[in-house]
Write a protein that binds this ligand. Structure first.
Ligand code: FAD
Length: 524
């Protein structure tokens, strides 16, 4: 008989069970475990809890008799309930010099599992006796391939651009022979347009939207009950569901994006509109990270649209860059940088996150950009990359919040947040807590950038150009104070040295710093 295969809640697509792609045997019985302790550990966004449970239960319904679906307190209890106390794998004790490794592999193993996506889950399964870990699914580049690439650059910083070009060549993505399609690797320059003026929404067909069913209702009733019983506590609002929970739904969302929204994806990729938070973004991160979509099919469909003349190169290159570049790069950096990475704090930022941020209390905030974006997170558990980076993350960086707490916040509050994707994106990209292992400079800006790239400043009580006085924009004062606080480090970085020199030309710097200090913990 085939060995049972344990499926985690972010391994829900067919590729995770495909024996031709290194998955378990075709007939292998499947185990799924809904562990309540995971929800109890942290205060997650309710829409995220709803989406993940809904997706897991939908998958179980599809697998029918093949699956044993267990609701348990912990994974250990779940395995015992699914396999019986005598068959369930047990934890081996501590470091046994690799002996566990031999027991884990080969036909002797009693259970298989695909490589989990978090260190915690990976360590858990690897410490179990009798479990064979199959290769990771859901990424284009394998761990070995990445190691090969990283070794080639021996000692040099691992930057996205080099990695991305290597993936394109190696996987023959958007290539014309040995050259990038259209002759250029990078079309970012075409993809930084401000939003169209005098419009409050892009003129594109809206994103795909799901219809909820009885499984969604059942999950919602469970969440209500757990909350009422004081068992778990959530943040944010939930319902209606906005993201795919099944393979079929995920494919519909992908098809609709490629057919109707991809052509405008590039141009306005970095722009923000208050009344149109999604703009031309794909909303595919959640189904990709749940394992419902495979990245290969996403980039291949986008490339087909380009080859058929249905989408311009800047949009298709931009989308391929996000998925085959950024997403893969972040996944591999998570494993490459090691466990200590989560504790990095190069800028020694230690301030706690204020309550209004933790509670997603958008109404408490005066700055229109921050209030608008915080409300988007509260209502949907999602915003696109620029609000994450230049509004939420930038606020945290400027105010010196503890990067580990910021990472935890993003992880809990975003529907697509998982340990692997959060760590490089927040510790590295957004908070520069790794001191430049991932990016060449900290990402933050004054109000002028937000004003240029959005319609958020016009109705705001603050003025992006004001550095002092009652109308001083907190992002503008925050930007200069940040540069001032880290003057020595940033002056030594050629990408920020010029900005630091700008500090010396500010006659009103003392007043500006007083304004930041005066604001203190109060919501901006
Ligand atoms: P699109 O703009 O349509 O992009 C297409 C796809 O590219 C996304 O679906 C995603 O799968 C991938 N992608 C693009 N950039 C990244 C990236 N930096 N890392 C990983 N995948 C990327 N993405 C997550 O999936 N989960 C997160 O928890 C997450 N947290 C982030 C936190 C911060 C501070 C920042 C700056 C970025 C974060 N991102 C995260 C990356 C990016 O913001 C989201 O993937 C994107 O906004 C999701 O919306 P979309 O699917 O419409 O993306």
């Amino acid at each position: 008989a085939s060995r049972p295969h344990w499926l985690f809640g972010d391994q829900l697509g067919p590729h995770h069970l495909d024996p031709r792609r290194g998955g378990p045997d075709a007939q292998a019985p499947v185990i799924m475990i809904e562990a309540r302790s995971v929800l109890r550990r942290r205060r997650f966004h309710r829409a995220k809890a709803h989406l993940i449970l809904s997706a897991m239960r939908h998958r179980a319904a599809e697998l029918g008799d093949r699956v044993t679906y267990v609701r348990a307190e912990t994974y250990t209890e779940g395995l015992e309930r699914a396999l019986g106390p005598h068959t369930a794998p047990r934890r081996t004790s501590g470091d046994d010099g690799g002996a566990a490794d031999t027991r884990r592999r080969g036909p002797g193993a009693r259970l298989t599992v695909c490589h989990p996506t978090s260190r915690r889950a990976r360590d858990f399964v690897q410490a179990l006796d009798g479990v064979e870990t199959l290769p990771a699914k859901g990424f284009l580049v394998s761990h070995d391939e990445f190691a090969e690439w990283a070794d080639r650059g021996a000692g040099r910083a691992l930057r996205l651009e080099g990695f991305y070009r290597w993936v394109r060549e190696r996987h023959d993505l958007l290539m014309d022979g040995g050259e990038p399609a259209g002759g250029r690797w990078n079309l970012d320059h075409d993809n930084r347009e401000p939003p169209p003026r005098a419009r409050d929404a892009l003129d594109v067909r809206g994103p795909w939207q799901p219809k909820e069913d009885e499984i969604d209702d059942e999950v919602r009733r469970d969440l209500d009950r757990w909350e009422r019983d004081g068992d778990v506590s959530f943040v944010g609002r939930d319902g209606p569901r906005r993201f795919p929970a099944t393979r079929r739904e995920a494919l519909s969302a992908l098809r609709r994006f490629v057919a109707h929204r991809l052509p405008d994806f590039g141009r306005y990729e970095d722009a923000m509109l208050a009344a149109d938070p999604v703009m031309s973004h794909s909303l595919l991160s959640a189904p990709l990270n749940l394992g419902l979509l495979d990245p290969a099919e996403c980039v291949e469909r986008a490339e087909r649209a380009y080859r058929a003349g249905e989408a311009p190169l800047n949009s298709v290159e931009g989308f391929v860059r996000q998925i085959a570049g950024w997403r893969e790069y972040v996944w591999h950096l998570y494993w490459h940088f090691g466990e200590d990475y989560r504790h990095r704090n190069a800028l020694r930022h230690t301030a706690p996150l204020p309550d209004w941020f933790l509670d997603l209390d958008a109404e408490a905030v005066t700055a229109n950009c921050l209030s608008t974006v915080l409300a988007q997170v509260r209502d949907t558990g999602w915003t696109h990359h620029i609000p994450r980076l230049m509004v939420l993350g930038s606020r945290a960086l400027q105010d010196g919040w503890d990067p580990e707490a910021v990472t935890d916040w993003f992880h809990r509050c975003f529907v697509d947040g998982y340990d692997w994707v959060m760590l490089p994106n927040v510790v590295g990209m957004s908070q520069y807590a790794d001191g430049g292992m991932m990016t060449t400079k900290p990402y933050t800006s004054g109000g002028a950038y937000i004003h240029k790239m959005s319609d958020l400043c016009a109705p705001c009580a603050y003025r992006p150009t004001h550095r002092t006085g009652e109308e001083a924009c907190p992002y503008t004062t925050g930007y200069w104070s940040f540069l001032h606080r880290h003057r020595t480090r940033l002056a030594a970085n050629h990408r920020t040295a010029r900005a630091v020199r700008g500090l010396d030309r500010l006659a009103d710097l003392p007043e500006l710093l007083a304004r930041t200090a005066e604001r203190g913990d109060a919501p901006p």
